[in-house]
Design a protein around this ligand. Structure first.
Ligand code: ATP
Ligand code: MG
Length: 211
Protein backbone atom coordinates (compact mmCIF):
# COMPACT_ATOMS: atom_id res chain seq x y z
CA UNK A 1 0.00 0.00 0.00
CA UNK A 2 1.45 3.36 -0.96
CA UNK A 3 1.94 6.16 1.52
CA UNK A 4 -0.99 8.10 0.02
CA UNK A 5 -3.37 5.16 0.36
CA UNK A 6 -2.47 4.48 3.94
CA UNK A 7 -5.36 5.45 6.13
CA UNK A 8 -4.66 7.55 9.16
CA UNK A 9 -5.87 6.02 12.42
CA UNK A 10 -8.26 7.93 14.60
CA UNK A 11 -7.70 7.30 18.26
CA UNK A 12 -10.00 8.51 20.99
CA UNK A 13 -8.57 9.06 24.47
CA UNK A 14 -10.96 9.26 27.39
CA UNK A 15 -9.15 10.47 30.48
CA UNK A 16 -10.66 10.49 33.93
CA UNK A 17 -10.38 9.46 37.52
CA UNK A 18 -13.02 6.78 36.93
CA UNK A 19 -13.71 6.58 40.65
CA UNK A 20 -15.78 4.62 39.63
CA UNK A 21 -16.49 4.41 35.90
CA UNK A 22 -20.22 4.80 35.07
CA UNK A 23 -22.62 4.85 32.11
CA UNK A 24 -21.99 8.59 31.55
CA UNK A 25 -18.38 7.74 30.59
CA UNK A 26 -19.37 4.74 28.50
CA UNK A 27 -22.09 6.51 26.52
CA UNK A 28 -19.73 9.43 25.88
CA UNK A 29 -16.99 7.14 24.56
CA UNK A 30 -19.35 5.09 22.39
CA UNK A 31 -20.96 8.18 20.92
CA UNK A 32 -17.53 9.71 20.14
CA UNK A 33 -16.51 6.45 18.48
CA UNK A 34 -19.57 6.61 16.25
CA UNK A 35 -19.87 10.33 15.55
CA UNK A 36 -16.15 10.87 14.88
CA UNK A 37 -15.52 7.53 13.18
CA UNK A 38 -12.79 6.62 15.64
CA UNK A 39 -10.97 3.30 15.33
CA UNK A 40 -10.86 2.82 19.08
CA UNK A 41 -11.19 4.59 22.38
CA UNK A 42 -8.49 4.25 25.02
CA UNK A 43 -9.71 4.76 28.56
CA UNK A 44 -6.94 6.34 30.59
CA UNK A 45 -7.48 6.15 34.35
CA UNK A 46 -5.40 8.79 36.09
CA UNK A 47 -2.63 7.96 38.53
CA UNK A 48 -2.93 8.92 42.19
CA UNK A 49 -3.41 12.69 42.29
CA UNK A 50 -0.34 14.05 44.12
CA UNK A 51 -2.20 16.67 46.13
CA UNK A 52 -5.17 14.47 46.99
CA UNK A 53 -4.74 12.07 49.84
CA UNK A 54 -8.50 11.73 49.92
CA UNK A 55 -9.53 8.28 51.10
CA UNK A 56 -12.44 8.49 48.72
CA UNK A 57 -10.18 8.02 45.73
CA UNK A 58 -9.59 4.33 45.25
CA UNK A 59 -6.03 3.15 44.51
CA UNK A 60 -5.22 3.41 40.79
CA UNK A 61 -5.15 -0.38 40.46
CA UNK A 62 -8.76 -0.69 41.66
CA UNK A 63 -9.99 2.12 39.38
CA UNK A 64 -8.15 0.45 36.49
CA UNK A 65 -9.78 -2.88 37.28
CA UNK A 66 -13.27 -1.37 37.42
CA UNK A 67 -12.62 0.29 34.05
CA UNK A 68 -11.53 -3.04 32.54
CA UNK A 69 -14.65 -4.75 33.89
CA UNK A 70 -16.88 -2.01 32.43
CA UNK A 71 -15.30 -2.05 28.97
CA UNK A 72 -14.55 -5.77 28.59
CA UNK A 73 -17.39 -6.55 26.18
CA UNK A 74 -16.66 -3.72 23.73
CA UNK A 75 -14.06 -4.66 21.08
CA UNK A 76 -13.35 -0.97 20.35
CA UNK A 77 -12.62 -0.01 23.95
CA UNK A 78 -9.24 -0.56 25.58
CA UNK A 79 -7.85 0.51 28.94
CA UNK A 80 -4.34 1.89 29.31
CA UNK A 81 -2.02 1.53 32.30
CA UNK A 82 0.15 4.39 31.12
CA UNK A 83 -0.88 6.95 33.73
CA UNK A 84 -1.43 4.59 36.65
CA UNK A 85 2.11 3.24 36.25
CA UNK A 86 3.74 6.63 36.07
CA UNK A 87 5.52 7.65 39.22
CA UNK A 88 5.46 11.27 40.25
CA UNK A 89 3.05 13.86 38.93
CA UNK A 90 1.18 12.95 35.79
CA UNK A 91 0.31 15.36 33.01
CA UNK A 92 -1.94 14.80 30.03
CA UNK A 93 0.64 16.39 27.77
CA UNK A 94 3.13 13.62 28.61
CA UNK A 95 0.47 11.00 27.97
CA UNK A 96 -0.31 12.44 24.55
CA UNK A 97 3.39 12.62 23.65
CA UNK A 98 3.85 8.99 24.65
CA UNK A 99 0.84 7.90 22.63
CA UNK A 100 2.20 9.71 19.57
CA UNK A 101 5.51 7.90 20.08
CA UNK A 102 3.87 4.51 20.43
CA UNK A 103 1.48 4.86 17.51
CA UNK A 104 3.76 6.74 15.13
CA UNK A 105 3.01 9.58 12.74
CA UNK A 106 -0.14 8.21 11.09
CA UNK A 107 -2.37 8.79 14.04
CA UNK A 108 -4.83 11.53 14.92
CA UNK A 109 -5.73 11.78 18.58
CA UNK A 110 -9.10 12.99 19.84
CA UNK A 111 -9.22 13.79 23.53
CA UNK A 112 -12.75 13.15 24.77
CA UNK A 113 -14.05 15.12 27.74
CA UNK A 114 -17.28 16.21 29.34
CA UNK A 115 -18.44 19.81 29.25
CA UNK A 116 -16.97 20.42 32.70
CA UNK A 117 -13.51 19.00 32.08
CA UNK A 118 -12.83 20.76 28.78
CA UNK A 119 -12.62 24.09 30.59
CA UNK A 120 -10.09 22.80 33.08
CA UNK A 121 -7.91 21.36 30.35
CA UNK A 122 -7.82 24.48 28.26
CA UNK A 123 -6.68 26.57 31.20
CA UNK A 124 -3.73 24.32 31.98
CA UNK A 125 -0.43 26.04 31.72
CA UNK A 126 0.77 23.83 28.86
CA UNK A 127 -2.53 24.09 26.96
CA UNK A 128 -0.78 25.75 24.03
CA UNK A 129 1.36 22.66 23.40
CA UNK A 130 -1.54 20.34 24.02
CA UNK A 131 -3.34 21.91 21.10
CA UNK A 132 -0.78 20.56 18.63
CA UNK A 133 -1.04 17.02 19.92
CA UNK A 134 -4.77 16.50 19.99
CA UNK A 135 -8.19 17.64 18.95
CA UNK A 136 -10.87 17.82 21.61
CA UNK A 137 -14.34 16.36 21.68
CA UNK A 138 -16.47 18.05 24.34
CA UNK A 139 -19.59 16.10 25.26
CA UNK A 140 -22.67 17.80 26.61
CA UNK A 141 -23.23 17.03 30.28
CA UNK A 142 -26.26 17.95 32.38
CA UNK A 143 -25.49 20.88 34.65
CA UNK A 144 -22.62 22.23 32.53
CA UNK A 145 -23.11 24.62 29.63
CA UNK A 146 -21.12 24.58 26.42
CA UNK A 147 -22.93 27.65 25.12
CA UNK A 148 -20.11 30.06 25.85
CA UNK A 149 -17.80 27.72 23.99
CA UNK A 150 -19.71 28.13 20.77
CA UNK A 151 -19.06 31.87 20.97
CA UNK A 152 -15.37 31.42 21.60
CA UNK A 153 -14.08 32.83 18.32
CA UNK A 154 -11.69 35.38 19.73
CA UNK A 155 -8.91 34.46 22.10
CA UNK A 156 -6.90 36.92 24.17
CA UNK A 157 -4.28 38.83 22.21
CA UNK A 158 -1.21 36.79 21.31
CA UNK A 159 -2.98 33.49 21.88
CA UNK A 160 -4.82 33.16 18.57
CA UNK A 161 -2.50 30.49 17.24
CA UNK A 162 -3.16 28.43 20.35
CA UNK A 163 -6.79 28.10 19.55
CA UNK A 164 -7.76 24.54 20.39
CA UNK A 165 -9.66 22.43 17.94
CA UNK A 166 -12.79 21.58 19.88
CA UNK A 167 -15.85 19.81 18.52
CA UNK A 168 -19.00 19.81 20.55
CA UNK A 169 -20.78 16.47 20.73
CA UNK A 170 -24.41 16.10 21.76
CA UNK A 171 -25.01 12.96 23.79
CA UNK A 172 -28.18 11.69 25.45
CA UNK A 173 -28.25 13.47 28.80
CA UNK A 174 -27.12 11.29 31.68
CA UNK A 175 -26.96 13.10 34.98
CA UNK A 176 -24.64 10.48 36.44
CA UNK A 177 -21.46 11.32 38.32
CA UNK A 178 -18.93 9.26 40.24
CA UNK A 179 -19.47 11.58 43.21
CA UNK A 180 -23.16 10.68 43.30
CA UNK A 181 -22.39 6.97 42.94
CA UNK A 182 -19.95 7.08 45.88
CA UNK A 183 -22.58 8.86 47.99
CA UNK A 184 -25.22 6.33 47.02
CA UNK A 185 -22.98 3.43 48.00
CA UNK A 186 -22.15 5.14 51.26
CA UNK A 187 -25.84 5.63 52.03
CA UNK A 188 -26.91 2.16 50.89
CA UNK A 189 -28.90 3.53 47.97
CA UNK A 190 -28.98 1.62 44.66
CA UNK A 191 -26.44 2.11 41.87
CA UNK A 192 -27.83 -0.50 39.49
CA UNK A 193 -28.46 0.90 35.98
CA UNK A 194 -26.03 3.76 36.70
CA UNK A 195 -22.96 1.54 36.34
CA UNK A 196 -22.49 -1.82 34.57
CA UNK A 197 -23.52 -4.81 36.65
CA UNK A 198 -19.97 -6.09 37.02
CA UNK A 199 -18.86 -2.73 38.36
CA UNK A 200 -21.67 -2.66 40.93
CA UNK A 201 -20.84 -6.22 41.98
CA UNK A 202 -17.14 -5.50 42.42
CA UNK A 203 -17.86 -2.36 44.46
CA UNK A 204 -20.19 -4.39 46.66
CA UNK A 205 -17.74 -7.27 47.02
CA UNK A 206 -14.86 -5.00 48.08
CA UNK A 207 -16.99 -2.79 50.31
CA UNK A 208 -15.71 0.47 48.77
CA UNK A 209 -17.07 3.75 50.23
CA UNK A 210 -18.99 1.96 52.92
CA UNK A 211 -17.44 3.99 55.71
P1 ATP B 1 -16.37 12.94 39.91
O1 ATP B 1 -17.78 13.22 40.32
O2 ATP B 1 -15.62 12.11 40.90
O3 ATP B 1 -15.61 14.15 39.43
P2 ATP B 1 -17.09 12.25 37.21
O4 ATP B 1 -18.41 11.57 37.10
O5 ATP B 1 -17.02 13.71 36.87
O6 ATP B 1 -16.48 11.96 38.64
P3 ATP B 1 -14.55 11.84 35.98
O7 ATP B 1 -13.71 10.61 36.13
O8 ATP B 1 -14.19 13.06 36.74
O9 ATP B 1 -16.08 11.43 36.34
O10 ATP B 1 -14.74 12.20 34.45
C1 ATP B 1 -13.96 11.73 33.39
C2 ATP B 1 -14.47 12.41 32.11
O11 ATP B 1 -15.82 11.99 31.80
C3 ATP B 1 -14.53 13.94 32.21
O12 ATP B 1 -14.14 14.47 30.96
C4 ATP B 1 -15.99 14.20 32.48
O13 ATP B 1 -16.38 15.49 32.03
C5 ATP B 1 -16.67 13.11 31.67
N1 ATP B 1 -17.99 12.75 32.20
C6 ATP B 1 -18.25 12.21 33.40
N2 ATP B 1 -19.55 11.99 33.59
C7 ATP B 1 -20.17 12.40 32.46
C8 ATP B 1 -21.56 12.44 32.04
N3 ATP B 1 -22.54 12.01 32.83
N4 ATP B 1 -21.83 12.93 30.81
C9 ATP B 1 -20.82 13.39 30.02
N5 ATP B 1 -19.50 13.36 30.34
C10 ATP B 1 -19.17 12.89 31.55
MG1 MG C 1 -15.33 14.89 37.43
Amino acid sequence: MSQEEKKRSRLGVMGGTFNPIHYGHLVTAEEALFQFKLDKVIFMPSGQPPHKTDREILPPEERYLLTVIATASNPNFVVSRLEIERTGPSYTIDTLRELHEVYGPDIDIFFITGADAVWEILTWKDAANLVELTEFIAATRPGYSLEKFKKLHVLPEGQEKNKPRVSIMEIPALAISSTDIRMRVHENRPISYLVPEGVANYIQKCGFWKD
